[in-house]
Ligand binder design. Structure first.
Ligand SMILES: *[C@@H]1O[C@H](CO)[C@@H](O)[C@H](O)[C@H]1NC(C)=O
Ligand SMILES: *[C@@H]1O[C@H](CO)[C@@H](O)[C@H](O)[C@H]1NC(C)=O
Ligand SMILES: *[C@@H]1O[C@H](CO)[C@@H](O)[C@H](O)[C@H]1NC(C)=O
Ligand SMILES: *[C@@H]1O[C@H](CO)[C@@H](O)[C@H](O)[C@H]1NC(C)=O
Ligand SMILES: *[C@@H]1O[C@H](CO)[C@@H](O)[C@H](O)[C@H]1NC(C)=O
Length: 461
């Protein structure tokens, strides 16, 4: 990356020396020569002028990463070196520095330096630096998280030329994460900027929460419950030059790890029919310990489904036209919800349980595939799970039946999907000749840049 920076430095030396040289010594140059220098000077300058960079820090629970994206004037991604982005990561995550906020900021300094090294110096003041913290910092007790964010703000403000805003260093909430995931996937599919009916819906199953996002018609947007309740369902977003009504909801407690706890609560911390026969242990989530073992009658998929529906509160009263689960408005459906992209734990569970081929970074599957695999998993004794499902992570083995039944029930009973429907399950999305990770930072970069462009337009009026 230092090489890259040196490359830019060199380019600019050439850039600024050439025209002066050609002016001072114009007599020694042929007309054609002079013209060539001038036009190449302009081309390079215009090229750099219209390039835009965004520096996005993803502060996760296990580590911090920085992504640098470079866009052309059409907001298409341009390569940085040989890759479509600069990506650098470090361990551990910010949350492990709760006792020493200065050390948290120091852990980001090398990432910041590497990021700045690929952004041309004259573009740095216009290049946003954004840090979004996810699960890890959300769980840090007291004001320690805010202290960490403050030292990071000082780092960005005092030690960097990148564009800084107080609000750009923050803990992301589920709605932001869901929005950015929607923007990332639609961007990579080249549906962002098109009519809402051509966009795809995204459901992202994290550890703590699950997020659904899709674009809805003006008609449905007008039906959105007003802010009388706490629930915000609707965001107006201008992305890639198009206005969208985005329906976004984040369901806390219904991520893959949190949902296990909800299902244990539904079985009142007694034996649980979703647990593989022959396992006896405990599960700890949010500091609470749950007993983990199957009843004497064994694992039972039907009973597991009934318990899971109870945990999802499928039958909670619905104040609106139509609800998903737990009394949450479903957004009204429509064309923006027809094509579905599922990510994070939907992908990992499909991969580990063999629904997706080994090493596949994406696939199209029937929603029913989760049910078919659940049938097999729920009939497997714990002692056989390694041989039957060799790719399941060790700490997930006792929960294989539970996790698959949960995903199936969430999709079909919760989100009301047709079990015979095909959905895309993705870690990566193909973009041009690369595969780009389906995660929030790219969508965040597009949102930050769109907000800057919109603001510039307004200021120019
Ligand atoms: C950075 O700036 C903030 C205020 O803008 C100041 O309080 C802090 O001491 C500065 N840190 C360093 C290391 O200069
Ligand atoms: C509204 O939000 C506040 C703070 O987030 C919360 O304490 C309160 O319980 C919520 N009220 C309802 C009706 O959900
Ligand atoms: C569940 O049961 C276990 C073992 O009986 C106990 O240690 C644990 O505290 C219980 N958890 C809850 C949430 O009641
Ligand atoms: C998956 O990747 C691993 C490691 O790169 C490799 O050893 C294995 O052969 C691959 N499996 C398949 C089915 O491609
Ligand atoms: C579910 O999807 C299948 C396949 O696309 C279709 O044939 C069937 O009619 C759908 N069922 C419902 C109830 O929409």
């Amino acid at each position: 990356m230092t090489k890259q920076a040196a490359g830019h430095g060199l380019l600019f030396m050439v850039l600024f020396i050439l025209p002066i040289g050609s002016l001072s010594y114009s007599g020694h140059h042929s007309h054609a020569d002079h013209h060539r220098h001038k036009s190449s000077f302009r081309r390079v300058l215009i090229g750099h002028d219209s390039d835009k960079y965004a520096v996005i820090f993803d502060a996760g629970s296990t580590g911090s990463r920085v992504h640098v994206f470079r866009f052309d004037q059409n907001q298409d991604l341009l390569p940085i070196g040989n890759e479509l982005e600069l990506y650098v990561s470090t361990k551990p995550g910010l949350s492990s520095y709760a006792a020493d906020p200065q050390a948290a900021a120091s852990s980001l300094r090398p990432l910041l330096e590497k990021a700045e090294a690929v952004v041309p110096i004259e573009l740095q003041p216009d290049t946003p630096a954004r840090l979004g913290a996810t699960a890890g910092l959300r769980l840090v007790q007291g004001d320690a998280a805010e202290k960490i964010l403050d030292v990071v703000r000082n780092l960005f403000k005092n030690e960097s030329n990148l564009k800084y805003k107080h609000d750009w260093v923050s803990i992301l909430d589920g709605v932001q994460e869901g929005t950015y995931m929607w923007a990332t996937i639609n961007y990579l599919l080249n549906t962002l900027g098109k009519n809402y009916a051509e966009t795809v819906a995204t459901i992202d199953l994290g550890g703590a929460s699950v997020q659904m996002a899709y674009a809805i018609s003006d008609e449905n947007a007008a039906k959105a419950p007003q802010a009388a309740t706490n629930e915000t369902y609707l965001l107006q977003k201008n992305l890639k030059g198009t206005n969208y009504n985005l329906y976004v909801h984040s369901y806390l407690k219904y991520g893959s790890k949190a949902a296990r706890a909800e299902i244990f609560k539904a079985s009142r911390n007694s034996t649980n029919p979703c647990i593989l026969d022959g396992y006896d242990g405990t599960y700890t989530y949010g500091g609470v310990v749950y007993k983990v073992s199957a009843p004497r009658t064994g694992t039972n998929m039907k009973r597991c489904q009934i318990l899971t529906r109870k945990a999802l509160k499928i039958n909670a009263p619905c104040k609106y036209d139509s609800c998903t689960f737990n009394g949450i408005w479903n957004g009204g459906g429509g064309d923006g919800e027809k094509n579905l992209y599922l990510s994070s734990s939907f992908y990992w569970t499909a991969l580990d349980s063999g629904i997706l081929k080994q090493n596949a970074t994406a696939g199209r599957i029937l929603v029913n595939a989760y049910k078919d695999t659940a049938k097999r998993a729920c009939a497997t004794k714990f002692s056989n799970v390694i041989s039957e499902f060799p790719n399941v992570q060790e700490d997930s083995r006792p929960y294989l039946c539970m996790d698959l039944v949960y995903i199936y029930t969430l999709l079909v009973d919760g989100f009301d999907l047709n079990a015979s429907q095909k959905v895309a399950v993705v870690k990566d999305v193909k973009y041009k000749n690369s595969h780009v990770e389906a995660s929030w930072p790219l969508g965040c970069a597009i949102d930050v840049m769109s907000s800057l462009t919109t603001k510039t337009l307004i200021e120019n009026i």
